[in-house]
Design a protein around this ligand. Structure first.
Ligand code: DX5
Ligand code: ZN
Length: 206
């Protein structure tokens, strides 16, 4: 299992948190961008996201909770390794093709209440699906168990094998159902960043 660490809850303490991720065995740094419209919270404006990408020596995985395709393009210019935006926001595959043309891996995120049929038109164009196991907007929420059934069904129906990631409420207890559902990347925020030594948590997730 690969681990992507979200530093959302350490937003006011970013340099220290990213330094801890750099020194840990995490695979990716997960950056949660929120526009105050798609979700009721605003985090990681362009300049702070750019700074986080520069500070990271891990591959960066930027999760855009934004409502506007033009905003997706602005974050693509920062050239993260992976860029994930929400299936609820796009109307066709043009933005996916555009981001891929910049050499960036593309993920589509899907909210807990959104049907997996929404993903199907895009499966052949993307690299990853990010299943939200909380309603997006905040770190530290409780894992929604039913999401793992959705993942199993998606894996059964998908014509292509993709990276399968899950985001929200992942910890040493919920990791087993993530594994059993067939995820190969987990995003973990507060469970990791609440520890002094991030590897003390990451070791329970790999
Ligand atoms: C929620 C974010 C998550 C969040 C995860 O909107 O997308 O990445 O930071 O935090 P935890 O692991 O604390 O639920
Ligand atoms: Zn996220």
């Amino acid at each position: 299992m690969k681990v992507s660490v979200s530093v959302l809850k350490e937003y006011d303490n970013l340099e220290v948190a990213i330094d801890k991720v750099n020194k840990s065995s995490a695979n990716y740094l997960h950056i949660d961008v929120m526009d105050g419209i798609f979700v009721n919270n605003s985090k990681f404006p362009l300049d702070i996201c750019e700074k986080a990408i520069k500070l990271s020596n891990k591959e960066t995985d930027v999760h855009l909770m934004v409502n506007d395709v033009e905003t997706i393009k602005e974050y693509a210019y920062l050239k993260p390794n992976r860029l994930t935006f929400h299936v609820e926001v796009i109307k066709n595959n043009e933005i996916i093709k555009y981001v891929k043309s910049l050499g960036i891996k593309v993920g589509l995120a899907i909210n807990p209440e959104t049907n997996i049929n929404e993903l199907m038109p895009y499966v052949n164009d993307i690299d990853l699906v990010l299943f939200m196991s909380v309603n997006p907007g905040l770190g530290g929420q409780k894992f929604i168990n039913s999401v793992t059934d959705k993942i199993k069904l998606f894996k059964k129906l998908s014509p292509k094998e993709l990276d399968i990631s899950i985001d929200g409420g992942v910890n040493n207890e919920t990791i087993n159902s993530c594994r059993e559902a067939g995820c190969n990347i987990v995003v973990a925020g507060s469970y990791v960043t609440n520890m002094d030594n991030y590897d003390d948590a990451i070791v329970n997730l790999t």
